[in-house]
Design a binder for this molecule. Sequence first.
Ligand code: MG
Length: 361
Amino acid sequence: MAVSTCDSKKTFSRRSILAGALGGLGWSSLARADEVAQQVRKDAPIARKEPLKITKLETFLVKPRWLFLKVHTNAGIVGLGEPILEGRALTCAEAVKEIESYLIGKDPRQVVHHWQAIYRHAFYRGGPILTSALSGIDMALWDIKGKALGVPIYELLGGPTRTRIRVYAHAGTPERIKELAAKGFTAFKTGPAKHRPSRYVETPAEVHYAAEKFAELRQAAGDDVDIAIDFHGAISPALAKVLIKALEPYHPMFIEEPVQCQNHDIMAEIARGTHLPIATGERVFTKWGFREVLEKKAATILQPDLSHSSSKRDTSTCRPGPAWGSSSTKMRWPTRSATIGRTASFMMRMTVRWWIGKRYR
Ligand SMILES: [Mg+2]
C-alpha cells in the first residue's frame, strides 16, 4: 500500500486518540484498545473528515473485450470499476481518459456530485459510450466510499433486503437443463432456436421449429422451474408477435428484448399483445431511459446493466410503483460485464426487494 500524507495524519485521528484514552485504564486495556483501533483502521482506513483526493485513473484492457478501471487516491484506497460497452472497450478507455482531468484532486466520496458534474455539465449528455464510461467511474467511486467508511456498498444504499440471491443459467438443450437442474438451478434462459438468421416474416415451419425446441426444454425442466427466452432485439416486430403466440403455451418466464430494444413504442405494442412478461434494460441508459420504458408500459421486468446505466444510485431508484404507472415491474440485473460489474450488481441486488433473478455467467 502506498504511504500517504493521510497515513501520517491517521496517527492523530479521533479513533487513535480514543484508543489511547482507553489505554490509560491499564496495560491490558491498552492492548485491547490498540487491537480495536487496528481493526477500525482495517475496516475504515481513513477517518470521515480526513482529506481524500483522487490522484490517478488507470484503465486495463483485457482481451478479448473487457475494460477495467482503477481510481487511485492519496490515501492508498483504490476503487475498481468496469467502464465497458461491448465492442467499444478502447473508445470507453479514451472517454475515461477525457474525464480524468476533472476528477484529479477531487474528493472521491462526493459520488453523486461528481456524477452530476460529469453528466450534466457536458455539452452533450448521455449516449452509450459516455454512460458506460461514467458507469465505471461511478462504480469505482462507490467502491472507494465503501472502503473509506469500512462498510459494504449495499449498506450505503439502504442495507440488505435479502440474504440470498437467486441466479439462472443459460441452457439451450434438454440435456443441459437436466445437468444444471441436478446442480440446483431452478431458472434458465435460452434463445429462439432457428435454422438461419431470422427473416422479417418467417415460414410456419421456422416458427413451429422454435416453439417445438422450447417445448422440449419445458418438458425436460418440468413446470416447477422458470425458463426465460431472449430474442436479443434481433426479431422483426411482425415475427416477434407470431413467435410469442407460438411460445405462450409453454409459459416462458419472460420474453427478453422481443424487438429492437431502443424502440419502446414497438415494444409496448408487443407487450399489449401477450400475457407473458416482457423484459428489457441491458441497453437502456440512465434513469430517464427506464422512465420511458415504464411510462409506455413497454416492459414489466427491468434489466439495468450497471456497466451501462451510468449511476448505481439512480438505477436503484428505477423502481416500480404507482408513480411509474406499473405496480408489477420486477428488477433483474443481467450484467453482460465481468467480475467487477457483477460484484457491483450483486451489491444492488442485496438492496432491492422486487428482484427476480440474476444471470449466473
Ligand atoms: Mg439479453
